[in-house]
Design a protein. Structure first.
Length: 230
């Protein structure tokens, strides 16, 4: 092999090594430090505040415009790093550096003996112009009819749409395992990567149920309120 050819192959090898190194660097998952920096960026903070504000507005709408009485709110906010490059069978987790999601769960008290009027009040509130409550009599009126003895045999204590679920303690089946459960304890996390807020801190589902008779649970989710793509 001539000196010129060896030189050419050497240059080509250097290019290949540099290219592979660049691909490897781009394909790595974000480091914990980078995740913290991205989760604490001004853009992430703004998205977080706007998302939580919107979800809390919905929580207050139920308290202000329906017979439900707000007892407790739990906010869970988590930012996750994407995975390293998946060359085969990628599920999409390698397409982003960080993805943040939020779940707000609110617990309300209500009078178990007035379940039909309570649900009727929720659906009526949903029919108001501009309401943050998405449930109306047109689609969910059968729930009121069921508790008034006008139809249905099985109790289905839940109304649900994507990212918005309202469930409640069964009235006709009082098995304890069917009741709304206590929320999981807030994990020890590192803000802003992981955040969990319980308000009031010492409140419980059992205490809300004891005060009012039954518990309604509202779950509101924003599965991707902030994302940084690769």
């Amino acid at each position: 092999m001539t000196k010129a050819r060896r030189s050419a192959w050497g240059a080509f090898g250097t290019v290949v090594v540099l290219a592979l190194s660049a691909c490897s660097s781009q394909g790595r998952a974000a480091s914990p430090k980078e995740v913290r920096e991205l989760a604490g960026s001004a853009e992430a903070v703004q998205a977080r505040q706007e998302t939580e504000g919107h979800l809390r507005d919905v929580v207050r709408a139920y308290d202000d415009h329906t017979p439900l009485v707000l007892g407790m709110v739990v906010v869970r906010d988590t930012c996750l790093a994407g995975r390293g490059k998946q060359w085969f069978d990628s599920n999409g987790d390698d397409q982003y550096k960080i993805r943040c999601s939020m779940l707000v769960t609110a617990y309300y008290g209500a009078d178990r003996k007035r379940i039909a009027p309570v649900l009727d009040g929720v659906l009526t509130a949903g029919e108001r112009t501009g309401s943050a409550i998405p449930f109306t009599h047109d689609v969910y009126g059968q729930f009121v009819d069921y508790y008034r003895g006008r139809g249905g045999r099985a109790e289905v204590p839940e109304m649900s749409l994507p990212g918005h679920t309202l469930s409640w303690d069964p009235v006709r089946d009082r098995e304890s395992y069917l009741m709304v459960e206590e929320p999981d304890s807030c994990p020890v996390g590192e803000v802003p990567v992981t955040r969990c807020v319980r308000e009031p801190a010492e409140e419980t589902v059992a205490a809300v149920r004891e005060r009012y008779g039954m518990v309604f649970k509202l779950e509101l989710g924003s599965p991707e309120y902030y994302k940084v793509s690769r």
